[in-house]
Design a protein around this ligand. Sequence first.
Ligand code: FE2
Length: 279
Amino acid sequence: MTTLQSTTPLQLHHLHLHSESPGQLAEFYRNLFELDAVSAPDGIYGLTGGERAIVIHPGASGELAMAAYAARTREELSLLRERLSDVARDGGIGSEVFFEPGAFSVTDPQGRRLLFGVPRTRRRPDRMAARLQHTVFQTTDLATIVDFYVNRVGFAISDEVVADDGSITTCFLRSDDEHHTLAFFQGSNNVWDHHCYETGSWNDIRDWGDRFAKVRRGIFFGPGRHGPGNNLFFMITDPDGNRVELSAELEHVRAEQSPGVWPHEEHTLNSWGRGWIRT
Ligand SMILES: [Fe+2]
């Protein structure tokens, strides 16, 4: 089985968000995440720091238009495009804000889009560490979606959460050595769940908590430690209600490691206390 991890490792590089108030949302990320504006097509905001970047398009708030994953080299991107040639499409408007020409997109069976490309500039450390690292969705058809991302695109399963009746409720997928760069919860809707920034340490988590506290943006989930991935975390929301996670100590997984299995219970989602179980 050809996996992304073993042939063409990918990192989550930036997100394309929709917003009914794109200017207000851009201001939030510019101020709190220390991002600078870059040139972008009319009506679109492109914002970047050293290891985090977003593109904001006018549209329905709460929707993720695309999650953009970076290949390490043009050669690896070509290899990936060749392997996905029957499902690869143009990147679309805004795909060249952060990626070189040649970026392409893939749409999953429920309409989510991933963009694959090579970044125009190399990532560099930010003053406050928080590298854009993973994103998560809720799906009404976990089996079909996992089949697409694993057997078609090449993500590998790091961990699964399994209910008492044996059904899989959550699947964590990796595209490089990090435990997950993409994950899906089984639920009653097809919606974007959250995105996450990986910091350097617990002290960074403290500093980000203090930063959000200064603007009275309180934590709604955490702090705690996830079972799958073993990462420390907390979550806040942005002005559009999008959930934003800050994380530390996310584990690494070897290419040959078999998927782990976790029970569907609060302790799996947060071993320190209250879980937030999606329905
Ligand atoms: Fe997460």
